[in-house]
Design a protein around this ligand. Structure first.
Ligand SMILES: NC(=O)c1ccc[n+]([C@@H]2O[C@H](COP(=O)([O-])OP(=O)(O)OC[C@H]3O[C@@H](n4cnc5c(N)ncnc54)[C@H](O)[C@@H]3O)[C@@H](O)[C@H]2O)c1
Length: 366
């Protein structure tokens, strides 16, 4: 295949479980070319070289950073390396897409964002679900107000998954739900969580997270690497309609014209409910691969100097929610406010108990 001079030249770093998927998608993106890959492991490099013989391979990231032809780097290394490696890429003048989550702490994310802004570079977290056709369809439903006032939502992301070496199930799986919920509903006011380390001591592998959004919508998220079957299911209940999004189903989005309404009381003190049980609609969805769309968006952002849909501000909010969840876990499931003005001095719950038995969160000092 001819290489066009204007092609954006990419390199993929990290060829473990996820990185090869990025390579596979990146080679298909029009206007881009995968020039090189990098991994510390020679076995991973050799495996990739068999599949993509024209792509160069190295064990040393510095070699890619010195290469003036490489415009953008896709980082698929463990979470604990995101900040350090992302920073090195930006300092070398490379646009960078970092797999989720953007970094381990809010402070690290902010540093990366400032660095990218100073240098006029694209910094993109890899929140793949924002490119998933069912997720985009639900965003449309919410934008047009089809579900009405949103009352609450529930989400399950569980399976017998791989225990990650460097993170808990919160950092591994919550970025998916947090990024989707931020995209759909904006930033929640508070988060509270309960969890346990069932298998590996100190590594939380099951967590239940509650979130309260402005306007009163409540969302419950259940995450676990321990479950008999794989479940990826989100339900949203609105005043007009209800919606089920099931990623593993052949009908990924179903909209239910169902609900309950309180009638005007006929006599004093007598309440009556009217139930509606109408049609179920399954919207048609595009059969696009989200990861390819994500890499396309990264390349488009480099070429056109625009923000990708999965942008660094959203990536920062995801990490803010992770930190709030971890703080709540540390403090007996107390609710923790997520307002960005509290960064660095997030409300620390005290040990007193409310009447309902919940620890009380001290309002932050103004
Ligand atoms: N978007 C998604 O749906 C999705 C799915 C799975 C994983 N991920 C993300 O992808 C990232 C990688 O996860 P994984 O499961 O593939 O991890 P992994 O441990 O399987 O692979 C990581 C690879 O990075 C390499 N590596 C580590 N440090 C390096 C360095 N300094 N230079 C070069 N190579 C280095 C390792 O040798 C390894 O091959 C994580 O951030 C994870 O959250 C995203």
């Amino acid at each position: 295949m001819a290489i066009l001079v204007d092609d954006v030249q990419l390199a993929v770093v990290g060829l473990g479980y996820w990185g090869p998927n990025l390579v596979r998608c990146a080679v298909e993106v029009e206007g881009a070319r995968v020039k090189a890959v990098c991994d510390r492991s020679t076995t991973a490099l050799a495996k990739l070289a068999r599949r993509y013989p024209s792509v160069g391979g190295t064990q040393d990231l510095a070699r890619l950073l010195e290469d003036p032809d490489i415009d953008g780097i896709l980082l698929a290394t463990p979470v604990s390396t995101h900040y350090e490696l992302g920073k090195r890429c930006l300092e070398a003048g490379k646009h960078v897409m970092i797999e989720k989550p953007l970094a381990s702490t809010v402070e690290e994310c902010k540093e990366l964002i400032d660095l990218a802004e100073e240098r006029g570079l694209v910094l993109m977290p890899g929140h793949t679900f924002l490119y998933s056709p069912p997720v985009v369809k639900v965003k449309e439903l919410l934008s047009t107000g089809e579900l009405g006032e949103l009352y609450f939502g529930t989400s399950s992301r569980v399976n017998l998954g791989i225990h990650q070496g460097d993170v808990s199930v919160v950092k591994d799986l919550a970025p998916h739900d947090f990024s989707i919920l931020l995209y759909w509903l904006g930033r929640p006011d508070f988060v509270r969580a309960i969890g346990r380390a069932a298998i590996v001591p100190e590594t939380i592998d099951v967590v239940f997270i509650d979130m309260g959004f402005p306007g009163g919508c409540l969302v419950h998220v259940e995450l676990s690497w321990l479950a008999p079957t794989k479940l990826r299911r989100t339900v949203l209940v609105g005043s007009e309609k209800m919606m089920v999004y099931e990623d593993t189903s052949s009908e990924q989005v179903r909209i239910f014209d169902r609900g309950a309404e309180l009638m005007e009381p006929q006599t004093f003190g007598e309440f009556q409910l009217s139930y509606r049980s109408g049609d179920i609609l399954t919207p048609r969805l595009d059969a696009e691969e989200p990861l390819r769309l994500e890499v396309e968006d990264f390349v488009g952002a480099i070429v056109n100097g625009v923000q990708p849909r999965s942008n660094a501000t959203l990536g920062l909010d995801v990490v803010r929610l992770i930190e709030a969840t971890e703080l709540s876990l540390e403090y007996n499931s107390a609710p923790v406010f997520v307002d960005p003005s509290l960064d660095g001095r997030r409300a620390v719950p005290d040990r007193r108990r409310s009447a309902a038995g919940m620890p009380i969160v001290q309002p932050p000092a103004a």
